[in-house]
Design a protein around this ligand. Structure first.
Ligand SMILES: Nc1ncnc2c1ncn2[C@@H]1O[C@H](COP(=O)(O)OP(=O)(O)O)[C@@H](O)[C@H]1O
Ligand SMILES: [Mg+2]
Length: 269
């Protein structure tokens, strides 16, 4: 499969803006769009690591001075030194993972046009995939970003990084939709339909939802209702491309509250 090959979508679209872009143009725009998420994994973690280093330096300086044991103990608690120490290595892991994703995207660009670019397909445990997705989608978000995960123990065949990209996009849209919504939540749930052997993966939120007149357009490349440069309008086009190339489907369901995107993917043993 080609992860970011939206050429077909360009041909399907009647939008002038899209029509003017070559396949390569769309691919470059897609890569630019996709670079954001791993990049914010890295920058968000580095911001926190910077604060942690400040706290540790502050504490080390105090410990080398003439403070009493109880004063130092208080400072230890105030600066949450135990918490800081416990979080340094996980944050470095997130940075490393973000770097690997950036490397993967760059590799995708380098493989552009090569027929043997279809690599890395394997059986993927859906529960693991979902955990990785949430970790990436929430990195760099405010701590009150809430995603509730209800995974399923089942496997799908495909490219792990590509599938992760698809679901990170859906969760990111959900988190954008509930930003500022009191008790805003995103539910990321999966189940197996035993009769069809399809895995159903839902991303549902309690944000404002999609207006009826826009429902037919949201999967178009470059369609976005987000202000200014905050939305490139490529997320859902990329989601559809990736899911369909994995022999699955994705669509927006009717729901009384918020938005509900339902994805199905074939189960494998
Ligand atoms: N969870 C959601 N709730 C409400 N609207 C949504 C949601 N997901 C997508 N949309 C709508 O679909 C549009 C296209 O989404 P997308 O392709 O990801 O582009 P972008 O996020 O850059 O705007 C969004 O601008 C928004 O109008
Ligand atoms: Mg989006």
């Amino acid at each position: 499969m080609t992860l970011l090959g939206n050429e077909r979508l360009v041909l399907d679209s009647s939008s002038n803006h899209v029509g003017k872009l070559s396949g390569l143009g769309v691919r470059i725009a897609s890569v630019a769009h996709e670079l954001n998420s791993p990049l914010s994994m890295i920058t968000g973690s580095l911001d926190l690591l910077g604060k942690y280093v400040d706290a540790l330096a502050h504490y080390a300086e105090a410990a080398g001075g003439s403070r009493s044991r109880s004063e130092l103990q208080r400072l230890h608690e105030q600066l949450r030194i135990d918490y800081v120490v416990a979080n340094v290595l996980p944050l470095l892991d997130i940075c490393r993972e973000g770097g690997e994703r950036l490397g993967y995207l760059i590799q995708q660009l380098r493989l552009y046009g090569r027929r043997d670019g279809d690599i890395d397909s394997q059986a993927i445990q859906v529960a693991d995939l979902m955990v990785d997705v949430v970790r990436e989608a929430c990195a760099g978000r405010s701590p009150d970003a809430r995603v509730q995960v209800d995974p399923v123990d089942a496997r799908v065949h495909g490219e792990p990084v590509a599938l992760q990209r698809a679901f990170v996009n859906l969760i990111t849209n959900g988190l954008d939709a509930v930003a500022g919504v009191p008790k805003g939540r995103v539910w990321f749930t999966a189940s197996v339909d035993d009769s069809t052997q399809q895995i159903r993966i839902s991303v549902q939120d309690n944000g404002p939802g999609v207006q009826a007149e826009l429902r037919g357009r949201i999967f178009e490349p470059f369609f976005s209702t987000k202000p200014g440069s905050s939305g490139m309008g490529l997320g859902l086009a990329i989601v559809r491309e990736i899911i369909e190339s994995h022999h699955g489907t994705v669509h927006l369901c009717d729901t009384p509250v918020g938005a509900h995107f339902l994805t199905t993917l074939p189960r494998v043993d």
